[in-house]
Structures are given as C-alpha cells and as structure tokens.
Design a protein around this ligand. Structure first.
Ligand code: UDP
Length: 418
C-alpha cells in the first residue's frame, strides 16, 4: 500500500517467464537477474509479483519464493510465439495485469519492466496506476546492430522504435554498466536525469571456490587442460571464435586439452548455430575434444566452472556477462572480449585476458600462456575471487530498494542521484 516505503512491486517480463531453467530458449541472464533481485528484495520485506505472458497451461499464479509470485497472464496463444508476433499481444497482456491487480485489490508501489516489450506494457500500467516506472533494457537493439556477428539478423526498426518509446516514457532507466549508461545517453539520447547504473550481482553462496579435483571427477574429466563456455547458443555469443582459437591451441599445447560447452540453442537461429558450431569443430579436426553438454541446471554450474582452467567469453556484445562473473566467483580465470560488464568483472592481465581483436591466433596465444603456467593460473584465480567479491545480489537489491523508496517519497530528481 502506498506509504513512504515500497512494499509491493509489479515486475514485468513479458516474453520470458522466470520459471524455466536458464541456459536455452529465452531463459538466460535476464532470468537469473529477475529471480535473484526479486528474492533478495523479498528477504528485505519487499513483495514482488512477476508478470509474464502465459505460454502453456501452467498454474496462473505460482508462489516461487516467500514474497515472490510469478503470474502468467493469458494474451495470445498458449504456446511460445515468434519474436515478431509478440508486440500485437502487449495491450491484451497489460489489460490482463490490470484486471488481475483489480480482482486482488492490490495497489503496486512501483512497476519495473525488463526488456523493451515489457517496457511498452509497463508504460500503460504506470499511467493507469499512477506509479513510477523503472525500466531495465538488458540488451539494446542499436548496440546489437552495431556489433552484429557476421550472418546474424539485425534487430528490426519496430524494436528500435519501441525502445525509443520506453526511453522517453519511463521515469528511471537502469543501466547495468557505465557503458550501457553511455549507450542510452549517446545512441538513444536518453535524458541523463533518468539514468541510473546498478550493477548485477552473483550468488556467492552457490558460486565459490572448491575442490577442483573432485569437480573434475564428477564431470568425467581427468588432469587434461579444460576450457569452458557457459551460456545460450547464439551467433552473438561468438562461440565460433572460441572453437577456432581452441583448434589452434590443441597442437600448440604440450598437454591434452578439452573444450566443454554448456548451454542450449536460443532464438530462432539457435539450432542452426549449434549445428554450425559442431561442423566447425569437425572441419577444424577437434570434434573429439569438444563436448557439447546441452543446458545444465544452474545449481550444477559451479562444478563446471571449478573444473575448468579458463572460461571463454567471446561475445560480440553482452548486456553484462553473468557467466564471466560466476566463473570468477568460483576462482576461474576468464579469457574474452571486453564487452558489456566484462571490463568491470575481469582485470585484464590479473584475473584473465581481454582482447579487442577477434583473431583466433591471439586468443590461442593468451590461452597457451595461461594453460602452460600453473602459478599464473593460481594467481589469476585468487584475483578472480577478489574481483567477484565486490558483487552481490544483496547489494543490487539494496540499491533497487533505495531507488524505489526515493521514487515513492521524493520523486525523480532525488531518485537518480548516481
Ligand atoms: N546458465 C544456466 N545453465 C546453462 C547455461 C547458462 O543456468 O546451461 C545461466 C548462467 O549461469 C548465467 C546465465 O544463464 O547466469 C547466462 O547469463 P549471461 O549474462 O552470461 O548471458 P545472457 O543469457 O544474458 O546472454
């Protein structure tokens, strides 16, 4: 109920339910983010209702965590739909949320949307409920288009227009990094007073260093060198560069080496990309050394991170890069491109290596340096844990809590003092 302190928020994740396990389809970093922030806010006494479009007959209301409900609203067919079909059901979706709130007699204090389509739905909710609208983009169409992987589909104008609408209308735009802040300010000309940077976190109770040897045994790995990729399989993720670098590394290293790839196909071209990567590994003669594990339960990922000597993140662009942060929290160095949050997470030359160049030979060189030197790897691992220790979901949630309270009490200008 609208007092001085926020009690209940409506979170909108229109196209991507937080219920499925992350790692394939639409479920990835944003799923982990929305779950973690809602849980940490609930621990602070703030209740969250997460609204998503119903894609199956799952119960309409799921109590996901004490104080966190996931509410599936019927809008359009009860099945997954193509990306370009989503926009037409937004009005029905927003109307369904309003009807739900009215039927339950709930007054939300804040509406917080994730990704641009949710932002469009939330614009209407914020108006109808006379509450502040906080929006997190996670990815931006113009940024994706500027760093498009060869052969990847550009984001359509309808998305760019929708993002513009949300950027003009929302009260606060939350960026995960200062880079995203700059993208919003420079590419989208967002009002600086609306922009606030809040870093995502990591669950350090789950992701922490441990006994690498027993983790390897659990995964059927021995004492060979092990490289790891964790994330959805999409062209944007640059896994082709990782495989090409790996193929150059194999003959250059005087020990055996494996590349373990965790995650499933995502997006309309995900399956095609998965096949393309398998073909690439065969063509480069390393198929027998590359293990495609498919999506893995989030709780099992520490085992993978700890078993690995290095995690590869070669994305063309990233919203933040939670996999890199989780790897560091487990004490594993990261070799990757300086995209999204990676330059905040990875200390280049101290907890991993970051390279602007997308040259496989350069990546193979960095990997060889790391995999050939036990002391260097150990030092990088220690630094990685120190870096990760500066991030936590509790901190992220407390910054959101403060932002929401300020919006409720003092209004926009105060809310956005960064
Ligand atoms: N993930 C998972 N299981 C998998 C693959 C990935 O739980 O099989 C999780 C991973 O732990 C990370 C998230 O999915 O938290 C991916 O987030 P990231 O920011 O790296 O990439 P995004 O999905 O945002 O592109």
């Amino acid at each position: 109920m609208r007092g001085d302190s926020v009690e209940r928020t409506a979170v909108v994740v229109y196209h991507s339910s937080p219920l499925p396990e992350p790692g394939s389809g639409d479920a990835g970093g944003m799923t982990v983010y929305v779950r973690a922030v809602a849980t940490a806010l609930a621990d602070r006494g703030v209740k969250t209702d997460i609204f998503t479009r119903a894609t199956s007959e799952v119960p309409a209301v799921v109590e996901w965590y004490p104080g966190v409900r996931v509410i599936s609203i019927e809008a359009g067919p009860l099945e997954p739909i193509a990306k370009e079909e989503h926009r037409r059901y937004i009005p029905e979706f927003a109307a369904g949320i309003r009807a739900f709130a009215m039927a339950e007699g709930i007054l939300y204090d804040i509406v917080h949307s994730h990704y641009w389509q949710s932002g469009v739905a939330a614009m209407e909710l914020a108006r109808a409920w006379s509450v502040s609208h906080v929006h997190s983009h996670h990815t931006l169409g113009k940024v994706k288009n500027s760093y498009l992987a060869p052969g990847d589909e550009p984001e359509p104008q309808s998305r760019l227009d929708g993002e513009d609408d949300v950027i003009r209308s929302a009260d606060v735009l939350v960026a995960s990094t200062d880079d995203e802040w700059r993208h919003l300010a420079c590419l989208y000309l967002a009002d600086h007073d609306k922009l606030k940077t809040i870093h995502p976190g990591v669950d350090r109770a789950l992701f922490h260093p441990g006994d690498r040897g027993s983790d390897r045994v659990r995964l059927g790995l021995g004492d060979e060198a092990v490289l790891l990729y964790v994330g959805r399989i999409q062209r944007l993720k640059g896994i082709d560069l990782a495989i090409s670098a790996f193929a150059e590394l194999v003959p250059a290293l005087d020990r055996d080496v494996r590349f373990v790839i965790v995650g499933g196909a995502s997006g309309p071209y995900g399956e095609i990309e998965l096949e393309r990567l398998k073909e690439l590994a065969s063509r480069l003669g390393v198929a027998s050394k590359v293990r495609f594990e498919g999506p893995q339960p989030h709780e099992k990922l520490p085992t993978y991170y700890r078993a690995a000597d290095a995690v590869l993140v070669c994305s063309h662009s990233e919203s933040f890069g939670l996999a890199a942060l989780e790897a560091h929290a487990c004490g594993t160095p990261v070799v990757g491109t300086p995209v999204g949050g990676l330059s905040y997470i990875v200390a280049d030359g101290a907890s991993g290596f970051l390279s602007e160049s997308r040259d496989p030979t350069e990546f193979a060189g960095r990997l060889k340096t790391l995999l050939s030197d036990d002391d260097l790897r150990r030092d990088f691992g220690v630094c990685a844990v120190e870096r990760a220790a500066t991030f936590s979901w509790a901190t992220t949630a407390s910054e959101f809590h403060e932002l929401y309270d300020r919006l409720l009490g003092e209004g926009l200008a105060e809310a956005c003092t960064c």
